[in-house]
Design a protein around this ligand. Structure first.
Ligand SMILES: [Zn+2]
Length: 247
């Protein structure tokens, strides 16, 4: 055995385990906090990949997990409710009802050993399912909450905010030369038509916002802000009636 690779060093490494997928069961902390990224497979314009929301949710959870006591990062739930994007090839939506059912069964199972469960959500279309499933789990005595990876003042979809985050987190997947502006009216204004006719009727490219000016530096600052807000919200653990962790 080479110096420095003896059993004591291994113990140190194992004590720092924070990935559920990479762990073995005896090394899990007692009643851990389990962070579960929740995303979507959904069009994000001509320049961002379909897994954008999952990638961002994973990055936020990953950036926060090591600063949280007894916290573990679970493999992501990579599909969500994206019905309003189904006019675009590539989008796969499991719908609100199926997602809510999945979250309920996930929570019931994980909370057999997890002390707390936090769903780190990267996609706004998942909110109805979260608001149905998480309060139900809480009413059953399970300490579950969800946290939105939302940035104040962000454009709604595949615009500057998401483009900046992706330029920081996964730059090789961004086709920046193909980025174009989409519908830039405020979401409140376009929401009724969007719900009625889908995103494609409002924005043929699939973008709601304008990716112009996005940079990796901006994305790094946004990610730091989201991770810090997540860590602060976990420390307070103040859950609203819809199951959202107040940040
Ligand atoms: Zn998105």
């Amino acid at each position: 055995m080479a110096p420095g690779t003896g059993p004591s060093q291994r113990v140190t490494t194992l004590a720092a385990v924070s990935s559920l997928a990479g762990a073995v069961w005896p090394e899990l902390p007692e009643r851990p906090l389990l962070l579960v990224p929740l995303g979507a497979v959904e069009q994000h314009g001509h320049h961002l990949p379909l897994a954008t929301d999952t990638t961002v949710a994973c990055a936020v959870a990953e950036a926060a997990v090591d600063d949280l006591p007894a916290a573990l990062l679970a493999p992501p739930l990579a599909y969500g409710a994206s019905g309003e994007h189904e006019e675009f090839p590539g989008t796969v939506s499991i719908g609100t009802e199926a997602l809510a059912g999945l979250l309920v069964e996930y929570g019931r199972s994980a909370c057999r050993w997890a002390g707390r469960l936090l769903v780190v959500n990267g996609h706004g279309g998942n909110l109805d399912a979260l608001r149905a499933a998480v309060p139900l789990l809480r009413s059953e005595g399970r300490d579950v909450a969800w946290f939105p990876c939302a940035v104040a003042g962000a454009d709604p979809h595949a615009g500057r905010t998401e483009t900046a985050l992706m330029l920081h987190v996964e730059p090789g997947s961004v086709r920046l030369e193909r980025a174009v502006a989409g519908e830039t009216a405020p979401l409140d204004e376009v929401l009724p038509r969007l719900r009625e006719e889908g995103v494609r009727a409002v924005s043929p490219t699939g973008v709601l916002g304008d990716p112009d000016g996005a940079s990796a530096e901006e994305g790094a600052a946004l990610l730091d802000g989201l991770a810090a807000r997540l860590a602060g919200a976990v420390a307070r653990w103040d859950v609203d009636p819809g199951g959202r962790l107040r940040g």
